[in-house]
Design a protein around this ligand. Structure first.
Ligand SMILES: C[S@@+](CC[C@H](N)C(=O)[O-])C[C@H]1O[C@@H](n2cnc3c(N)ncnc32)[C@H](O)[C@@H]1O
Length: 232
């Protein structure tokens, strides 16, 4: 297998030991150097310097768990004066996202293979203007594993600007109610908008659909719940 300029084989970025079989998309990760970053050292080296990466002073918006990137790609197309960073773990979804960004010639979007829990490693104080979390796993029975937790807000205390917002969409009634309750108990955050039927709300016209949202709507005709949380 080919080694890169660091003398590493691609699997070494993701696994401790070599495996018998790899997901074929792992090998494609290297094909999108302008739109996809997976080397932790490189990602972390941009902490506090993402505006240098994007070569402008525009606001930075973060999506955690972006799937194959439809939501962030559409946002990046619509708002060319904003920068978008989208985190995802799965190789195929990252490659599909980066492919869309490249096809559209977007210069304001980057996909990164990182866990949402690690944001303090690569964002500095007040570096992020808004955060999107769409249809995260509700972890029924293991709710402590949810991405939206008190721990996430502790991190947003650092990286999210004052008056920045966290935007949350879900199909899961209990996750929706739990987040409303969680934020109610936080001094620095305030729910400024919520609806249990986004598609029949005043926000419907500006809503950008994600892949999961599209699937829930077409297959299950489900109400989508939505919350906007302001950092005070
Ligand atoms: C249910 S999918 C939703 C994908 C997309 N947001 C959408 O609405 O179509 C949740 C995604 O989050 C990713 N994910 C799960 N845990 C994560 C974590 N800790 N950090 C980043 N991404 C995560 C999964 O790989 C998966 O693609």
């Amino acid at each position: 297998m080919l080694k890169d300029k660091k003398g590493k084989e691609i699997w070494e970025y993701f696994f401790e030991k070599p495996k018998k079989n790899y997901n074929k998309y792992m090998f494609e990760m290297v094909n999108y150097p302008d739109h996809l970053m997976f080397d932790n050292e490189e990602v972390d080296s941009y902490k506090g310097k993402w505006n240098e990466f994007f070569n402008n002073e525009n606001d930075i918006y973060l999506e955690i768990g972006c799937g194959s990137g439809n939501f962030t790609v559409k946002n990046a197309e619509e708002f060319l004066d904003r920068n978008y960073i989208a985190l995802e773990l799965r190789f195929k979804r990252l490659v599909l996202g980066a492919r869309k960004a490249e096809k559209r010639g977007l210069k304001n979007i980057l996909f990164i293979r990182k866990r949402g829990e690690t944001i303090l490693d690569f964002f500095a104080e007040n570096e992020v203007s808004g955060v999107y979390i769409n249809f995260p796993d509700p972890w029924e029975g293991e709710e402590h594993k949810r991405v939206i937790s008190e721990g996430l807000f502790d991190k947003l205390d650092v990286i999210l600007k004052e008056n920045g917002k966290l935007f949350f969409k879900t199909d899961h009634q209990q996750y929706y109610e739990d987040v409303l309750e969680l934020v109610n108990g936080l001094d620095k955050y305030e729910v400024v908008y919520h609806t249990d039927d986004l598609h029949n709300s005043e926000k419907a016209s500006e809503n950008i659909r994600t892949e999961f949202e599209q699937m829930f709507l077409s297959k299950h005709n489900m109400n989508i719940k939505y919350i906007e949380i302001l950092k005070k």
